[in-house]
Design a protein around this ligand. Structure first.
Ligand SMILES: [Zn+2]
Length: 123
């Protein structure tokens, strides 16, 4: 590799509020939506993060098709690259649906463009 560029891209940290793994660049936790930049180190003023672009959003409601019967559910999110190799696969929620009960599920992917001149080191 020649010139190192944007070595901070994709780095993660743990949200102190909900313990989710989030991007180090995140100002707000996408899980619990608490602010995260209170412990910024080495920066006198935080640079504005590029606006997130919503790349995908799917919403749907699910109800067990059999009346008068309980059922359980399991929500799995999987990410793979273009060659089909698994990057991540997580169970994000499990639970039960009572007869007639309906749950709404939302899945979204946001893209966060990285600005090229943002991460110049100051010593
Ligand atoms: Zn959080």
């Amino acid at each position: 590799m020649a010139a190192a560029r944007q070595t901070n891209v994709g780095l993660t940290r743990v949200c102190p509020h909900c313990k989710a793994t989030v991007l180090q660049s995140a100002n707000i936790c996408p899980g619990c939506q608490h602010h995260l930049r209170f412990n910024t180190v080495g920066k006198s003023n935080a640079e504005p993060q590029a606006a997130a672009v919503s790349a995908m959003r799917i919403e749907g409601s699910i109800q067990h098709p059999v009346r008068d019967e309980q059922c359980e559910y399991c929500v799995v999110v999987a990410i793979s690259n273009e060659r089909g190799e698994k990057i991540a696969r997580h169970v994000v929620g499990v639970g039960a649906l009572q007869p007639g009960e309906k749950h709404k599920y939302t899945f979204s992917v946001d893209l966060l463009p990285v600005r090229s001149a943002v991460e110049r080191k100051r010593s």
